[in-house]
Ligand binder design. Structure first.
Ligand SMILES: Nc1ncnc2c1ncn2[C@@H]1O[C@H](COP(=O)(O)OP(=O)(O)OP(=O)(O)O)[C@@H](O)[C@H]1O
Ligand SMILES: [Mg+2]
Length: 224
């Protein structure tokens, strides 16, 4: 199996001088293509920080990170944003939907903003609405949806472009247990049926159980 994410001896600090905060201190981990991995650790242990570094959202770090075989530390901005757009889908705790756009326009937004035509995306849109169980809600406005439904819209938006990797930061952090199960079942389906590699940050052992492996962050390093 190919390693799709490789983190090698990564260190990351915030602040300077007396206020320096060494968040990651020689962290290493890897994820193989097709895995569904959960990243766990205490609050403040650096889970989100590591996920954002892997996602190329913050490039100031020491060590090496490669994603889909590309060393993200040495990519030019344009190449990094292409890598993100084609290969990574991001899901956060807060759904970040555009409230004055309906469900399908929210899902289409990242691709249409990058110049794709709605007509080209129709097939992919219909498929992802079906997979996420949102077909009947395609014209609904976000404020008429439950939290779980809104998160499904955010996931559909993240995976419309058929990324190889989903990076999710506490995707069920705001949801009740029924919606949490729904979202985890959806991730399992995307992992098993679409072959998407998933790296999720979670505080919940129950959510981590949906995945295939747990990586823990402790004292700036990964264990297990
Ligand atoms: N942009 C930033 N500027 C300064 N410090 C930051 C920044 N982002 C994170 N930190 C610090 O880095 C440390 C790790 O934060 P991070 O958000 O990665 O933790 P986490 O494991 O995701 O925690 P939680 O489970 O609470 O989400 C914390 O001490 C935090 O205060
Ligand atoms: Mg966090």
């Amino acid at each position: 199996m190919a390693k799709i994410i490789e983190v090698n001896n990564v260190s990351k600090t915030f602040g300077k001088g007396e206020n320096i905060n060494q968040v990651l201190n020689g962290a290493s981990m890897s994820v193989e293509q097709g895995e569904f991995v959960s990243l766990m650790g205490a609050s403040g242990s650096g889970k989100s920080t590591l996920l954002y570094l892997i996602g190329g959202l913050d490039r100031r770090f020491d060590g090496n990170i490669s994603v889909c075989g590309q060393d993200i530390g040495s990519l030019k901005d344009k190449a990094l944003s292409d890598l993100r757009l084609k290969n990574m889908g991001f899901v956060f705790q807060f759904y970040n939907l555009v409230m004055n756009l309906n469900v399908q326009d929210n899902i289409l937004l990242p691709q249409t903003m990058n110049g794709k035509k709605k007509s080209e995306l129709k097939g992919a849109l219909d498929e992802i609405l079906e997979i996420t169980g949102l077909t009947a809600k395609r014209k609904a406005m976000p404020n008429t949806l439950s939290g779980g439904q809104q998160q499904r819209v955010a996931i559909a938006r993240a995976v419309l472009g058929n990324p190889s990797i989903i990076l999710a930061d506490e995707p069920t952090g705001n949801l009740d247990s029924a919606s949490t199960e729904e979202i985890m079942e959806l991730f399992r389906k995307l992992n098993q049926e679409k072959g998407m590699t998933i790296l999720q940050v979670t505080h919940s052992e129950a959510c981590a159980e949906y995945g295939t492996r747990i990586i823990r962050l402790e004292d700036g390093k990964t264990v297990g």
